[in-house]
Ligand binder design. Sequence first.
Ligand SMILES: Cc1cc2nc3c(=O)[nH]c(=O)nc-3n(C[C@H](O)[C@H](O)[C@H](O)COP(=O)(O)OP(=O)(O)OC[C@H]3O[C@@H](n4cnc5c(N)ncnc54)[C@H](O)[C@@H]3O)c2cc1C
Length: 378
Amino acid sequence: MKNSFSYWEQESFLNGFDVLIVGSGIVGLSAALSLKSQSPRLKIGVLEAGFLPGGASTKNAGFACFGSISELIEELKIGSEDEIAELIELRWKGLKKLRENLGDKAISFEQYGGYEVFKTTEADFANTCNEQIPYFNKLIGSIIGKTDIYAVNNDKIADFGMNGITNLIRNKYEGQIDTGKMMKALLSKVQGMGITVFNNCQVQKIESNSNDQLLITNQGKFQTRSIILATNALSKELIPDLDVIPGRGQVLITEPIPGLKIKGSFHYNRGYTYFRNIDDRILLGGGRDLDFEAEQTLEPGITDIIQTYLEKLLFETILPEQKVKIEHRWSGVMGFGKELKPIVKKIRPGLYCAVRCNGMGVAMGSLLGEQVAELIEI
Ligand SMILES: Cc1cc2nc3c(=O)[nH]c(=O)nc-3n(C[C@H](O)[C@H](O)[C@H](O)COP(=O)(O)OP(=O)(O)OC[C@H]3O[C@@H](n4cnc5c(N)ncnc54)[C@H](O)[C@@H]3O)c2cc1C
């Protein structure tokens, strides 16, 4: 520890925390927001390793969704009907909370609807999914209070100008947000409430005493009464016992496309591939299933195998015969585990966590932040 801080820095910035949150993603910032709203007197800080929020919250696709039919069918192979219903509820309520916390304008929330697309070559798979629509409308209807959620909507295919798509399932309650605006709004709300967010501050170790928690960081030591870990894919580096496995997602975005016909959030291949309109561009991502092993990494980066797949889908199916440039590519890392359920719990006295959104943290992150805040005993 360098310990070259002045008296003033120590007194005003560094000392006397009631709660320190590790990670300034959607979960960490939502936890800070909930805690401060519940108990305005608490001194709360957020320690973030990145120059910007460094995790999936600023890298994602901005789908405000709760599951496409084929994705839910896959999830039912891992969890029971009750467990999947619970997950859908977390996503639905989480989105409601996100919109309440920040307001639709601040996050550019648009309910253009979601669409699951099936290629002509996938007719059997499409039929299986179509047959499951009544089942999922009933299951999800009991959660969200609407029964007309999914419907086959093949009349709409021609409007989007795609090639080789012959089955389309619409989810009329799905929306999209501007991820960058959402994170900026969340940060500024949290900071406006008097919560300090420390960037370039990586927690390397946590030491617990009977009353205090000590966080050893690259900037020095912080002391607090309670800690919330909202460290997502990186959680195992601090708490090795947590079942959190990284899964990288790669994304590309095109240049602006005059007269773009695609509007909405689109799912393909069991949720592994997704695309949407944003600012007259197409954002397209996914393909992790092509190379699970290589994508189980914490390293940022893009690979030929996945980028080639995304480009092929873009130019052959989504924007056929259009000469469009890809302007930018990036990746982000999600936190997965053996179970689909996120981990929100007390690890030991004074140490709590809310991690592992399983690729749906835009949807459930605000609620998980609130849930972990409610666990804190102060
Ligand atoms: C490409 C991609 C597309 C996605 N699309 C969607 C989507 O459309 N809809 C949806 O609902 N979800 C989507 N997700 C998932 C969603 O983005 C995540 O589930 C969500 O952002 C997780 O939020 P979080 O706060 O738990 O974690 P993160 O945003 O990952 O935040 C964790 C933070 O902790 C910090 N940190 C970690 N370790 C330390 C440490 N030791 N010290 C200090 N700081 C630390 C990290 O720097 C990071 O900022 C997508 C994810 C990716 C990668």
